[in-house]
Design a binder for this molecule. Sequence first.
Ligand code: MF3
Ligand code: CO
Ligand code: CO
Length: 269
Amino acid sequence: MHDKTGQTTRDGIRIYGAADFGGMRAAGRVAAEILDGVATLVKPGATTAAIDDCIREEIARRGVVSATIGYKGYKHASCISVNHVVCHGIPGSKILTDGDILNIDVTVIVDGWFGDTSRMYVAGTLGRKAARLIDVTHEGLMRGIAAVKPGNTFGDIGHAIQSYVEANRMSVVRDFCGHGLGRVFHAPPNVLHYGRPGAGPVLEEGMFFTIEPMVNLGRPETKVLADDWTAVTRDKSLSAQFEHSVGVTATGCEIFTLSPAGRFHPTWG
Ligand code: MF3
Ligand code: CO
Ligand code: CO
């Protein structure tokens, strides 16, 4: 199948060629390196605006482009989502305190390719419940990724995540999802983090997308604050998220946003 611009698609999802993996590898690596570099900035007393300023400077220093600055009016180089903020937290004057957990999400454009990744950090001491939430969210993402191979479906990915998270008595956010990406930031399909085995489009070699489950300690419902960006848990329970950009290969998938420093999880490295 081909779309109006002559691109190969399946179920409306663009199929990229073997040479395109190199572009995604480069973009994903830059995004992951930037997240590796911010770990030392996350500590009690720091503001989220200061962390975002460093990310903005690092993006400029590397001569790449932020995908979020100017995106639908968003003005920042990252989203920083603290504690009960589910996603799209806006960096600002908020001062981190001991035990805060936060997701930092960075998307860069490198030679026209989008690299999108996020991970969890802790300011100071990691509490027991927060640690469990972070572990389950990370493992949920990795189980979703393990379901990525040609012939499986997007429903298989969602099911792998949901069944693991719910077996651990936590909940998967329904209001936000992963997305196709590549030469664009947000493309079809919506990558749901819940679902039924065999449901949804069939995965095919050359599909590029993100998997970015948000998991809550309490109920899954969210609401967006008056700033039109910040999504929070309705019950104020803690929320966590990890995000990788991946490409489907002949036998499985390639993760484009692996941490070169091995620091993807806050208790590693
Ligand atoms: N990086 C986010 C994602 O995972 C999107 C952020 S859009 C922004 O899709 F405008 F809020 F930055
Ligand atoms: Co994303
Ligand atoms: Co992201």
